[in-house]
Design a protein around this ligand. Structure first.
Ligand code: SAH
Ligand code: SF4
Ligand code: F3S
Length: 459
């Protein structure tokens, strides 16, 4: 019986979302059940992100508030265990323990299976610090999920990064690249499907660099892993993120053409359209290499849409370099994208480049890029009006009788479904798109059809 309450606040990428769910699973046998406020909790964990300065700063302001909550609870004779997990914990563990000694546990992303020991050691006197990269991979020690949050789920298959882009902290916070054995990935996928999950997003910092032990004892590529997952009955949709352009091999491109479960929407970060900047970033491809990868993907899957990540104001980026990024965006056309001002991260090679770009220049470039990307996103959504899409319904909508789902392109789709709302959740049905906004579509239900085990609505 759960007697204690756990609140986890998650920042950063999907991998942290996944990790937070696994921490919940690890703590359940200790009597912790999830709650949605810090105030009602016996344990609060901040699962943090170090990717940009702003993300990292949030941790200390949140800790200030939690300190007060902890003091109030102490005064009432209650206890609050405070933990800081994730990438800030990994990068600045000692500093957190020094600046915020009231934190009970500080632990890095590779240690979550050891949480029960840390909780036992947390006496309230001294911060328990665990930021090692243990020899035993955490995945093999974590329990299989026992409860799913809904019809979609994340599944980490690869973690860490050996690419060392000059701006990025991930190789330092997540450690070396590691691929889980296919058997444990498949077991977890089956468990999730049995819990009602219909769409899986496979996660990794470089998910398509996956090279884990296969069911036959040999090394499997990412494409091979996806093909095995596509055989799971009831798993209708497969996505993956984040992929690196250099790891987009022919096998994986071919899988996009062959597998109806593999959704035609791909997040493929390019960062910049300038070869000079790409080289300084250590991305190890040119803008033309990226164009060629996109061409091959579109040949394999003509209805493929793309999203991407961009950094503006990387040290040394000139007006001409930035124009090259704008030109690439115009040429490729993105269904959506994330763009960021370059943020100087301590310990990374780019942070010590002398020619940093002025803040106002970064702001102007970000505004220009965002305007172009939003225009493309609107155009992409508007182009769906009048079309039919398969929608996986996930949750009730904004008002009674409305239901919300996701298109193959991950667009939120709202549909008026009257009495059918609850029967539609977890199912895929054909929808005609009636109108489009920047971030969502509205549509009408065509006759709902049962999903086939192979994927989208059966014909
Ligand atoms: N592995 C992925 C990216 C993971 S980080 C890849 O290689 O594409 C997610 C995104 O954050 C990156 O794509 C990049 O656009 C952005 N990012 C990473 N470090 C950054 C920094 N120092 N400043 C600004 N944006 C950054
Ligand atoms: Fe960071 Fe580059 Fe690795 Fe992506 S590939 S996680 S940007 S170092
Ligand atoms: Fe942030 Fe760590 Fe993810 S730095 S983006 S939480 S890998």
């Amino acid at each position: 019986m759960a007697s204690k309450k756990l609140y986890i606040k998650t920042y950063g990428c999907q991998m942290n979302v996944y990790d937070s769910a696994r921490m919940t699973d690890v703590l359940a046998p200790l009597g912790y059940a999830v709650t949605d406020t810090a105030a009602g909790a016996d344990m609060v964990i901040l699962n943090t992100c170090h990717i940009r300065e702003k993300a990292a700063e949030k941790v200390y302001s949140d800790l200030g508030r939690l300190r007060e909550l902890k003091q109030e609870k102490d005064a009432n004779g209650e206890t609050l265990l405070l933990g800081v997990a994730g990438c800030v914990a990994q990068a600045e563990g000692d500093e957190i323990a020094r600046r915020a000694p009231f934190v009970d546990m500080v632990f890095g992303p590779q240690t979550y299976h050891r949480l029960p020991e840390m909780v036992a050691k947390a006496t309230g006197r001294k911060t328990v610090l665990d930021t090692e990269f243990p020899a035993e991979p955490k995945f093999d020690q974590l329990p299989v999920p026992s409860a799913a949050q809904g019809v979609t789920a994340f599944l980490s298959v690869q973690e860490g990064c050996d690419k060392f882009c000059t701006f990025c902290v991930v190789p330092y916070t997540r450690g070396a690249e590691y691929s889980r054995p296919a058997a444990s990935v498949i077991a977890e996928a089956k468990a999730l499907v049995a819990l009602g999950v219909r769409e899986l997003t496979l996660l990794g910092q470089n998910v398509n660099a996956y090279h884990g032990e296969g069911l036959d004892g040999r090394e499997w590529s990412f494409a091979r892993l996806i093909r095995a997952l596509a055989e799971i009955d009831g798993l209708a949709r497969i996505r993956y993120t984040t992929s690196h352009p250099n790891d987009m091999d022919q096998d994986l491109i071919a899988a996009h053409g062959d597998l109806p479960q593999l959704m035609p929407f791909l997040h493929l970060p390019v960062q910049s359209g300038s070869d000079t900047v790409l080289e300084a970033m250590n991305r190890k491809y040119t803008a033309d290499d990226f164009r060629r990868v996109v061409d091959r993907l579109r040949q394999a899957r003509p209805d493929l849409a793309l999203s991407s990540d961009f950094i503006v104001g990387f040290p040394g980026e000139s007006d001409a370099d930035f124009e090259a990024t704008m030109a690439l965006v115009r040429e490729i056309g993105f269904a959506m994208a994330y763009s960021f001002k370059y943020s100087r991260r301590p310990g990374t090679p780019a942070s010590v480049i002398a020619k940093q770009v002025a803040e106002d220049v970064k702001t102007a470039r970000l505004d220009a890029l965002l305007a172009l990307l939003v225009e493309q996103q609107r155009a992409f959504n508007a182009a769906q009006v009048g079309c039919e899409l398969d929608v996986l319904f996930a949750a009730p909508g904004r008002h009674d009788g409305q239901v919300m789902g996701r298109s193959p392109y991950l667009q939120a789709v709202h549909v008026e479904a009257g009495e059918q709302v609850s029967t539609l959740i977890g199912k895929i049905a054909r929808v005609r798109v009636l109108s489009a906004a920047t971030n969502s579509l509205s549509g009408e239900l065509l006759a709902p059809r049962p999903i086939s085990s192979s994927g989208e609505a059966a014909a």
